[in-house]
Structure formats: C-alpha cells, structure tokens
Design a protein around this ligand. Structure first.
Ligand code: G1P
Length: 296
C-alpha cells in the first residue's frame, strides 16, 4: 500500500471573469448554488473523502472566501441570543471543516503554478487537488475511489468523464494506454484543450487529482504551455509518457457533475440541486412543469 493523502490543495486565485459583473467585487467561488457557496461543496467533498488539511491557493480580493471559513463572532452571538440553533449551525458548519490553510499564488500563472505554490505544504506526501469549477454530486465517492486507486497503484490519479467529441476542446484529454478495467484506465499521454480532430480520446480530465510529491519537480521545470501558463496537464503528460513520479492512471466518473464555471451549467446545477431538496424541491418542480407547459 502507498501512503494515503491527508492534504488537499484548492486553487482559488482565478479572476472569475466569466461571471462578471457578479464577480467584480466577490470571488467566483462564493457564488451560491441554491444557498451554499460553490467552494463549500468542494471543501465538504474533500473532508468527506478523509482529507484533513485544506490549503487554499489564493490571490487578491479573496477575503470573502477566507471569512466564510472563519468564525463570525458577531453573527454567532446574535443568533445565540435569539436561540436560533438552526441558523447558528449553518454559520458554524464551514468553520468546522478540517484545518484550513492559505498561501498566495502571486499572479495567476496557471494551474501548474498554483499547484507548485503548495509544494512546501504538501512536502513529501501525496495530495489531492480539487478545482472549484467542478462540482460533483453530493455523496459521490469519486475522490474516495481515486484515493483507493492511488493506494493500490502509487500512480498519479486523474478523474475522467466521457464527453461528446465536440466538447473535448474545453478540457485536458487523455491518450489511453489500454482499455478501461474496473473503471480505471492507464494513461500514456495528455493533450490540453485539443482541437476535436486532434483529440486522442473522448475522455476529459475533470478537476480532481491525486498527485505524488514528485510532480512538483516536474512542474518546477515545466515551460509555459497553452495560454502562456504553466499547465498541470503538461507535467502530467511528461509523467505519463516517461513513467515519472509514479506514472498516471485515470478513474472514470459516470455520476452527476456540474461545471460551475459555465453560466448555463451553473443554472442547471442550481435547478438540479434545488429539486433534490425537501424544502424547495416540490415547489420548484411544480413551477417548472407549469412554466415549461406554458412556454410551448
Ligand atoms: C483545467 C485543466 C484541464 C481540465 C479542467 C477541468 O482547465 O487545465 O485539463 O480538463 O481544468 O475543469 P481550466 O478549466 O482551468 O481551463
């Protein structure tokens, strides 16, 4: 068995320009899906998967995110005085999610650069990386499965989804070294955001990774790639091609997933999550049916 990751790295230095003007003065990670910020879903998933230490790789103007995971003495004492335990629990929940740490990225120079800003935090241990734009269904065991596959293989592990050919250009894409066996595919290469005709498969990488400490050495030497940025995908491609830092395998995910970085997907995620809730689901469902019927 290989060491079990304890630490999660969550890059949050991005500017969120796709959601302007909402993100002019608010971090995109704080946009709510129903009534909970996107980033809280992601941290809850990390903690539910057994990760105990979370490092946010932040940038400028992320105070709202930092405050969200900190105590709010004034709000808490007001709710206490009112005896409103239900709301007090909601306010306190984010502060009880593991040990939260912060490091500043110092410029948005790419995902690989953000991951490398975590090098002294992760040190010589394997670690998870979770991207806030990808939200997977609550109670999904994707990350737990990836941790188990890492335990067995010692490889870097990426999360894969099968996407229609015309969507592969939005993602990192893998070249499989062989067939899928029990939901796991060995990876021989990657292409970041390939043109449809150049994509080596329709398996797209989504924002969950288990990485070996050796990835930092590869990232440190990595030249800027797509968009002039240090790409994590490029370092993983080197690891896959040359079997460095443990090589790379992919875990195929077939559950529900939302791209919270895309407006239409964000709307769909909001509706999906709301329809699953006891307090909102029945009312929203009834309205949706009526709305669709009237719009025909
Ligand atoms: C990043 C990765 C890409 C991956 C994607 C998943 O891209 O570089 O390989 O497919 O996350 O969300 P970004 O969406 O940050 O451009």
């Amino acid at each position: 068995m290989h060491a079990t990751p304890r630490k999660a790295v969550i890059p949050v230095a991005g500017l969120g320009t796709r959601f302007l003007p909402a993100t002019k003065a608010m971090p995109k990670e704080m946009l709510p899906l129903v009534d909970k910020p996107v980033i809280q879903y992601v941290v809850e998933e990390a903690v539910a998967s057994g990760l105990t230490d979370i490092l946010f790789v932040t940038g400028r103007d992320k105070y709202a995110l930092e405050n969200h995971f900190d105590t709010s003495a004034d709000l808490e004492s007001r709710l206490e005085a009112k005896g409103d335990q239900e709301k007090l629990d909601l306010v306190q929940a984010p502060t009880e999610l593991g040990n939260i740490h912060y490091v500043r990225q110092g410029g948005a120079k790419g995902l690989g650069h953000a991951v490398n800003a975590a090098a002294s935090f992760t040190s010589d241990e394997p670690f998870a990386v979770l991207l806030g734009d990808d939200v997977v269904e609550e109670n999904s065991d994707l990350l737990k499965t990836m941790i188990a596959v890492h335990g067995k293989t010692g490889a870097n592990v990426v999360a894969l989804v099968e996407v229609p050919r015309e969507e592969i250009h939005k993602y990192g894409c893998i070249k499989p070294a062989g067939p899928e066996v029990d939901g796991v595919i060995e990876v021989s290469d990657f292409v970041e955001k390939p043109k449809t005709e150049l994509a080596p498969s329709n398996f797209a990488v989504i924002g969950r990774y288990i990485l070996n400490p050796g990835i930092h050495e590869l990232l440190a030497k990595q030249e800027p790639g797509a968009g002039g940025e240090i790409q994590l995908t490029d370092a993983l491609a080197k690891a896959a091609r040359e079997k460095l830092a443990g090589g790379v395998v992919g875990v195929v995910f077939r559950g529900e997933r939302y791209d919270a970085g895309d407006k239409l997907e964000f709307l769909k995620a909001t509706v999906l999550l709301a329809t699953k809730r006891d307090d909102l689901g029945p009312g929203l469902m009834a309205w949706l049916k009526d709305f669709v019927a009237k719009s025909k």
